[in-house]
Design a protein around this ligand. Structure first.
Ligand SMILES: Cc1cc2nc3c(=O)[nH]c(=O)nc-3n(C[C@H](O)[C@H](O)[C@H](O)COP(=O)(O)O)c2cc1C
Length: 531
């Protein structure tokens, strides 16, 4: 029998991009058949949410100390704001006849495999049941109704993935991107909650099978076969206290047994031309069982003030991926650079307040243009205890020169690393024209040996860091872009890594954006105002 870890290692190896060939994907794309990025269920009651767009007074800098933010009352308006600021539309873009929506959460290829559900056992806000959020319409679809709740009144949020949406374009590597997107989504949720003085508890003890049943994902007949949804994570919303004590499973199970279900998912694509069975295999092999309660409280440390002094909600709505950078822009001020990097270290602030594990992911940086810092290759260990292991694994040629910074930070080698960064990130100029780009190096095979499902967590951690980078880049007056396309083993070769003890799982780049004047930008929710 194949062990789950073997399936993971096989999948991971097979979905690497190599300098001499990309991971297996579709040979051609039929853009008319692109899966609908908005899932809707027919045959459900809808619950309208108040019109989106309100600015909140909480500043981005306030999110550094979330305990000082006065909690907003739990109301449908504020719940709508929570969903909008994490998963809602942020703008429409138009180029000629083509028009597409952008959202507060980013997504590889803008394909948005992540779906969002609310589970209410709090009839004061939403009658007990499961609700699906439709970001386009900013409303909820009631998927199930529950008899009176047995346990305490709570609101939970479930995140799921439709692998097909991503696989349609990216083929076998798509499972990785779905996991990155979940990490971004969790962080987006955590930041949005903090804007309201609320917090998110990640209930990571719940099994995927339970979550699938609770959210109705196991009602396979309600979905087109190729467009099934997979359970990813389950969170509890705290609107008053932030203490995390897990889910009252028994009460929840009892309540959920009374569920009456409504609706069927509308098809997303007319045809499903390519099949990627390896995605079903990896999804199956990384299914999480029920586990012990795991929670982390990271010690608080003070961050330097961000350059941006405005409202957090405004910054969240303005977040975008840069498509091009100005390779001749002025250097990124060192204070901004250090603020960005320190925001990636575990701290008692969002999104780490929603994260349950010690850092497994460390960063190597291609520094191109940062004030007062020699261009070159650098390393930021996110947990200083990992340093000896990293040093032993890396090429013996590196100098490991400690840099005078507010945290442990090392120069590995000095020199112009622009061409290397570009080549390694699938020849994308966004990795070389920026102020710096980076790779996220995860503690890999050892951490998966007994619990292969933690493969997904590693990508979630990377996505979480990616979301911090997106917002921090905006706060520094710059812009970021996630980079899922890179040549895995070529990257490992440059670092001198010889086995899969460490693997690079995600790249990111930050710099001065160049706007494409041909693109028109339109407001996010004008279509609702006209109706
Ligand atoms: C996991 C992930 C991987 C991505 N990879 C790339 C990439 O390799 N190259 C690129 O130009 N953009 C990449 N992006 C940026 C997406 O294309 C972008 O998020 C999407 O088009 C939506 O635009 P927005 O971020 O402005 O909302 C990636 C984003 C994510 C979340």
């Amino acid at each position: 029998m194949t062990r789950p870890i073997d399936t993971v290692l096989h999948y991971h190896q097979r979905t690497k991009h190599q300098l001499n060939g990309y991971a297996k994907g579709p040979e051609s794309l039929d853009w008319d058949e692109q899966p609908n990025p908005f899932r809707r269920y027919t045959g459900c009651k809808t619950v309208a949410l108040p019109l989106p767009g309100a600015e909140l007074s909480v500043l981005y800098a306030d999110l550094d100390q979330p305990k000082n933010i006065a909690p907003q009352p739990l109301s449908l308006t504020n719940l709508g704001l929570l969903l909008e600021l994490s998963f809602g539309l942020s703008a429409w873009k138009q180029f000629g006849p083509d028009r597409w929506a952008l959202r507060c959460n980013p997504s590889s290829g803008n394909l948005h495999p992540t779906e969002v559900y609310l589970l209410s056992t709090d009839p004061a806000i939403l009658s007990a049941g499961v609700y699906h959020y439709v970001s386009h319409d900013h409303h909820l679809e009631q998927r199930s109704q529950l008899a009176a709740a047995a346990g305490p009144a709570e609101l939970y949020i479930g995140l799921t993935s439709i692998h097909w949406r991503e696989a349609w374009k990216y083929g076998e590597r798509a499972f990785r991107y779905c996991q990155h997107d979940i990490g971004h989504a969790l962080a987006a949720l955590s930041y949005a909650a903090a804007c309201l003085g609320w917090s998110i508890e990640l209930c990571s003890e719940v099994s995927d099978a339970d979550l699938s049943a609770w959210l109705g994902l196991d009602r396979h007949a309600d979905f087109v076969v190729e467009e099934q949804e997979t359970a990813d994570l389950f969170c509890r919303l705290h609107t008053v206290s932030t203490a995390g004590s897990g889910v009252d499973m028994l009460a929840l199970l009892e309540t959920l047994q009374s569920a009456v279900w409504f609706g069927k998912a509308e098809p997303l694509s007319g045809r499903h031309f390519y099949r990627w069975p390896i995605i079903d295999e990896i999804a199956e092999s990384t299914q999480k069982p029920e586990t012990q309660l795991e929670r982390q409280t990271f010690p608080a440390f003070e961050l330097a003030k961000p350059s941006y002094l405005g409202a957090a909600s405004r910054l969240i709505r303005q977040r975008r991926s840069a498509q091009q950078f100005n390779g001749k822009a002025a250097d990124l001020p060192q204070a901004d650079f250090y603020r960005i990097l320190s925001a990636l270290l575990p701290n008692a602030k969002p999104p780490f307040t929603a994260w349950n594990w010690q850092p497994q992911v460390h960063l190597f940086l291609f520094v191109h243009r940062v004030q007062g810092l020699e261009p070159g290759l650098y390393l930021l260990p996110r947990d200083p205890q990992a340093l000896p292991q990293l040093q032993a694994a890396f090429s013996a040629d590196f100098s490991w020169q400690a840099v005078s910074a507010p945290f442990s930070f090392y120069q590995l080698t000095a020199g112009n690393v622009r061409q290397a960064a570009k080549t390694l990130s699938c020849h994308q100029a966004i990795a070389s024209d920026s102020a710096f780009s980076l790779g996220m190096l995860a503690h890999f095979s050892e951490s998966l040996e007994t619990e292969a499902w933690r493969y997904r967590h590693l990508f979630w951690e990377c996505g979480l860091l990616g979301q911090i980078l997106y917002l921090e880049a905006e706060a520094a007056g710059h812009r970021g872009t996630g980079i899922g396309c890179f040549f895995d083993d070529a990257v490992h070769g440059v670092l001198g890594l010889r086995d899969n003890a460490w693997q690079s799982l995600y790249h990111f780049t930050v710099g001065t954006p160049l706007d494409d004047g041909r693109l028109q930008s339109l407001p996010a929710y004008q279509h609702l105002q006209r109706e």
